[in-house]
Design a protein around this ligand. Structure first.
Ligand SMILES: [Zn+2]
Length: 256
């Protein structure tokens, strides 16, 4: 993604500070929270420069996401309260309990996205290596997905099925890519990078047994459980990318 959004120097200056960033609420009870469910597989080395670049991009994307959803909500006659962004290394305390390392998650109780900055930078570096691009959209896509959870929840959309919530968040991340494209900041390779990040976070394709009854049960469980398979996630993102936010949530049908 191009650098069309202003940078926030304060954010960058704080990168070197290691440790756990808390919100001060302590580890009270754990309310609902939504995590991306990534597992780190391949080890990549993250330098301070990588971290700085990744966090810069995330700060820019956060500003763009705030702008996009604020105007979408306004047009839909609602008010968006942008989620805060808290980065951590190795876990953080939130109003939803402890946010795990190697992950990113949205906590509705304190309207905050928590992300492990090393993990997110590593996802971008992996994507860059694999695709021969700058990889930034892999990191941005993670944040766009988490903001997607905030958007859906603030509109009162919450399914009791994880997969439904995740598919909406993926679709809204796709809608952000569409917005970036419209505003001229989507680069060659960005969409592939987003797909790369989602593929590495997808649930495994359900293994069918050939037994009709058992397979039906397996498929039903897979459909409600997680983020979806690689194909489902890509398809959900693509829906937002092609159709904008209106393709993800009815509230935005007149807007985008
Ligand atoms: Zn999610």
């Amino acid at each position: 993604m191009k650098k069309i959004f202003f940078l926030r120097a304060a954010l960058i200056a704080a990168i070197a500070a290691a440790g756990i960033a808390g919100t001060g609420s302590g580890a009270r009870d754990s309310g609902a929270h939504y995590a991306t469910g990534f597992e780190t597989i391949e080890r990549v080395e993250i330098t301070l420069a990588d971290l700085r670049a990744s966090n810069e991009k995330i700060a820019m994307a956060h500003a763009a996401l705030r702008e996009m959803w604020t105007s979408h909500f306004r047009e839909a006659g609602a008010r968006f309260v942008p989620p805060r962004l808290v980065r951590h290394r190795g876990g953080a305390r939130s109003a939803c309990g402890v946010m795990r390392p190697n992950n990113a998650g949205y906590c509705p109780a304190d309207n905050t996205i928590y992300f492990d900055e090393i993990f997110v930078a590593a996802q971008a570096k992996r994507a860059a290596r694999e695709l021969g691009t700058d990889g930034d959209m892999a990191a941005i896509g993670i944040i766009a997905h988490e903001v997607g959870h905030a958007v859906a929840i603030q509109l009162g959309y919450a399914s009791r099925f994880t997969y439904q919530n995740e598919s909406v968040a993926d679709c809204l991340a796709g809608a952000f890519a569409e917005y970036a494209d419209r505003t001229g900041s989507l680069e060659e390779g960005d969409v592939d990078e987003a797909f790369f990040a989602m593929a590495s976070a997808a649930d495994p394709t359900p293994q069918l047994t050939g037994d009709e009854r058992r397979d039906r049960r397996i498929l039903r469980a897979a459909a409600v459980m997680g983020h979806g398979t690689r194909e489902q996630r890509t398809e959900n993102f693509r829906r937002g990318l092609d159709g904008g936010a209106g393709a993800c949530l009815d509230d935005f049908q007149q807007v985008s």
